[in-house]
Each structure stands twice: as structure tokens, then as C-alpha cells.
Design a protein around this ligand. Structure first.
Ligand code: FPP
Length: 250
């Protein structure tokens, strides 16, 4: 057992392969403290690195962070979206060294349309610089929507069928998976949501089919490594049967 695992008290075999996180509650955190939503988002950004680094040190294979949905982008006030985009740009630059030091491989998942070119440039730069890394995959879901992702996959597959490159008989689950933005990532087996809402919010709908869901009332800016450990310990106790009959215990 590595030092990190023994601190957590769990062996690597019972840890999830892929943790997906809905980082919710920045606005409520700020409101409760009489601060602006932008301050809440800035504190939310500060909470990201310790969690991601801990996951990398625990040798979790992948983490996907829901940073902004396509619906958030379309429906939030322009000034809030602009502040968030500024924060992402800054964050992508300031945390670059950490990505490299921790041997993480970075990718953006989501649509590029409607995103500021400056943010796209930093997303691309991080992906490019970390492409050869062999450690944890870090996916940042930005302007992401799962229905849009599935729609994009279906469109690409349809084009391949229409051009004769693909036979309709070749369409199976793994082919669909390989056309999602998350292609080649392990399936998320733990979905964490902060700030108490018990919904999925158009996040990884296909991929979380069998994920265990863990919800905490804690707002994202207050979510720390101890909360992560609690989620991992809870996950380790879950009995997962993927649709099979429960195993009888004598
Ligand atoms: C949800 O809080 C959070 C977001 C819409 C944005 C997520 C952004 C961060 C956690 C900060 C930046 C992240 C990175 C990777 C730099 P909310 O505003 O919906 O909160 P509320 O539901 O309490 O209003």
C-alpha cells in the first residue's frame, strides 16, 4: 500500500477508476458569505487543484470536472459567463505546471463553438503539452452537454455510414463510446455532486450508466481532500452488480 493509500485506509483495488465531479454551489457559498458570485467561482477554482492532485496521487486513472454546461453558457448573465471564462483562462495557465509535475494528461470535453478563442487556445496548449504524459487523465467539461455530445457522435457515425466507410451492422456500444468526447477514458464509476442537488444535469449521460452517485451538502469551494476521502470510502463499501442478481451472503 502506498503512503497515500494508507492515509486513506483503502487499497488501490477498491478505488474507482474514473471520478466525475459536478462542482456545484459556488453561487450559494458566495451568497451565504455576502460575497459576489464571481468571488464564489474564484474560490471554487482554488478548490480544484488539491482534489485533482490527490486523485492523481491515489493513482485514480481519470477525473472529469463539470466546469460549465452548454446550458450555463447560454442561460447565465453575460457578465457572469465572461468572469468565468477569464477565470478558466487564468486557471489553465496557472495550473499548467501542476499538470506537468503530476504527469497528468489533459483534455477538454465539450463544444468549441461559442467559446472565446483565448480560452480555446489555453485548452489546446494544455492538451498539447501533456499529450505524452502517462499519469491521470484530467478532462475539463467546458461548454459541455451530454445530449449534444451524443448528438455529435450520432452525426459523425451517420456521416460515416452515408459515405460507405461504416456498415450499420458495425454500430455497437463500443463504437458509440469511441465517438464520444470521452473516447478511451475508463467509464466513470463514481459521480460526486456537491451542494446537495440530486440530479445529473446533462452530464455524461451515457457514461454514468452504472456509476455510483455520492452527493454532499457541502458547497464546492468548501470541498476538500477529507470530503473526497469520505466519498471514496463510501464508494468502496458499495456493492456493485451491474444489473446482475445480488450475491447471496450466507
Ligand atoms: C456551479 O456553481 C459552478 C459553476 C457553474 C462553475 C464551476 C466553476 C468552478 C468550480 C470554478 C472554476 C473551475 C475551474 C476548473 C477553473 P453555481 O454558480 O451553479 O452555484 P449555485 O448553484 O450555488 O448558484
Amino acid at each position: 500500500m502506498s503512503e497515500r493509500e494508507s492515509q486513506l485506509g483503502l487499497p488501490a483495488e477498491v478505488l474507482p477508476h474514473h471520478v466525475a465531479i459536478v462542482m456545484d454551489g459556488n453561487g450559494r457559498w458566495a451568497q451565504a458569505k455576502g460575497k459576489s458570485r464571481t468571488v464564489g467561482h474564484a474560490r471554487g477554482a482554488e478548490a480544484v487543484l488539491p482534489i485533482v492532485t490527490e486523485c492523481a496521487q491515489l493513482r485514480i486513472e481519470a477525473v472529469t470536472l463539470y466546469a460549465l454546461s452548454t446550458e450555463n453558457l447560454l442561460r447565465r448573465p453575460d457578465d457572469e459567463v465572461a468572469a468565468l471564462m477569464g477565470l478558466y483562462e487564468q486557471y489553465l495557465i496557472s495550473e499548467r505546471k501542476q499538470l506537468l509535475d503530476n504527469n497528468m494528461r489533459f483534455r477538454h470535453i465539450g463544444r468549441r463553438d461559442g467559446m472565446p478563442p483565448t480560452v480555446l487556445a489555453e485548452l489546446d496548449r494544455n492538451a498539447e503539452l501533456t499529450q505524452q504524459n502517462t499519469g491521470m487523465e484530467l478532462a475539463l467539461a467546458l461548454n459541455y452537454g451530454s445530449r449534444q455530445e451524443i448528438t455529435d457522435a450520432v452525426r459523425t457515425i451517420g456521416e460515416k455510414v452515408a459515405s460507405g466507410e461504416l456498415s450499420p451492422d458495425a454500430i455497437d456500444e463500443s463504437l458509440i463510446e469511441n465517438h464520444l468526447y470521452t473516447a478511451h477514458l475508463p467509464e466513470p464509476d463514481l459521480l460526486i455532486r456537491t451542494a446537495g442537488e440530486k440530479r445529473v444535469s446533462n452530464f455524461l449521460l451515457w457514461q454514468i450508466s452504472y456509476a455510483e452517485i455520492w452527493v454532499t451538502e457541502t458547497f464546492w469551494p468548501d470541498f476538500d481532500v477529507e470530503h473526497l476521502h469520505t466519498a471514496l470510502r463510501d464508494y468502496a463499501r458499495r456493492r456493485r452488480n451491474f444489473g446482475a442478481a445480488p450475491v447471496a451472503i450466507d
